[in-house]
Design a protein around this ligand. Structure first.
Ligand code: SF4
Length: 298
């Protein structure tokens, strides 16, 4: 690991990753051993590794798998569900499975199709649905915190995009912890300081079976383009991604960023249908999207 000036054998690597994760959990005050954690798992290396690490560290962590109904010729959703269930069974862990189509009558591809004229590309629809459902389920089932497997490459790419667009509101919300608020569960990203390569190594060395294929909708996405751009920088300047992200967190914490002073988050009120906080005047964006798709399907 050039960026850390560190080389470890398998045994010590499998100790180092959980130790570092524990350090980040404490540093950013994510959660305690007494709290109930819901880990959003997708069948991928990051989320399954996160679940594995939290359980090894002695945290009370259950899993949540959201069925998105994405096929793309590789049966993506079925395979990712199978691997999530396999991991839960092998480790004797509790996994909640919620299928978006069974809940709302619409899968992500169906919503994306009906949203052509309204809500944009599949990833925008999918992100909206996942945020809504993960928050709803964490709160309905009484979890203290929702944990996701975002790694440093994910976070640096989001930061890069938000900086290029100078999206102050999004920059203000980005960080390892998004505190709970009225109607919103606390959200944490314990792997946010690990490179993607480091998580791949952890999953492989731990023997975790995960889905290798990318979601078919990921191809050509902006986040992949940003990741590739940052990877090119990283090859000539090892550690640049980590520095970019950590300096941003330091600047945010110290109040150096002018966005802290000038940006106010919109006023929120409960959606009349689902009760989740929204800044729109009527139904929240998720409920409007479902309503529109169901009307079109009739
Ligand atoms: Fe959803 Fe896009 Fe991720 Fe696929 S790539 S799971 S559509 S956000």
């Amino acid at each position: 690991m050039r960026q850390h000036k560190l080389a470890l054998c398998r045994e010590h690597y499998l100790q180092w990753v959980p130790e570092q994760t524990e350090r980040f959990i404490i540093k950013y005050q994510m959660f305690t051993k007494g709290e109930k954690i819901l880990v959003a798992v997708s069948g991928g290396k990051d989320s399954l590794s996160l679940w594995d690490i939290l359980v090894r560290l002695g945290y009370q962590a259950d899993g949540l798998y959201l069925g998105l109904g994405i096929d793309g010729g590789i049966d993506y959703s079925h395979e990712s569900q199978r691997l999530s269930e396999k991991f839960a069974d092998e480790h004797n862990l509790k996994l909640h499975v919620v299928d978006i189509e069974k809940e709302y009558g619409q899968s992500i591809p169906m919503l994306a199709e009906s949203s052509h004229r309204g809500y944009g590309k599949p990833c925008a629809v999918c992100g909206l649905a996942k945020r809504h459902e993960m928050n709803r389920i964490a709160r309905d089932l009484g979890y203290d915190v929702l944990a996701t497997g975002h790694n440093l490459d994910d976070e640096a790419a989001v930061l890069f995009g938000n900086t290029l667009n100078w999206s102050s509101e999004y920059l203000l919300r980005q960080g390892p912890v998004l505190p709970e608020a009225e109607g919103l569960a606390r959200k944490v990203k314990p792997l946010c300081r690990f490179y993607e390569r480091e998580m791949t190594a952890y999953a492989l060395l731990s023997g975790i079976e995960y889905i290798y294929e990318e979601c078919p909708f990921a191809e050509g996405s902006q986040s992949i383009f940003y990741k590739e751009t940052l990877n090119q920088l990283e090859t000539t300047r090892p550690g640049v991604k980590l520095t970019f992200y950590l300096r941003f967190l330091e600047a945010r914490k110290s109040g150096e960023l002018f966005i802290e002073k000038n940006v106010r988050l919109g006023d929120l009120h409960p959606c009349p249908k689902c009760g989740q906080p929204t800044s729109t005047s009527d139904l929240c964006t998720f409920c409007r999207m479902i309503e529109k798709a169901n009307i079109e399907a009739e």
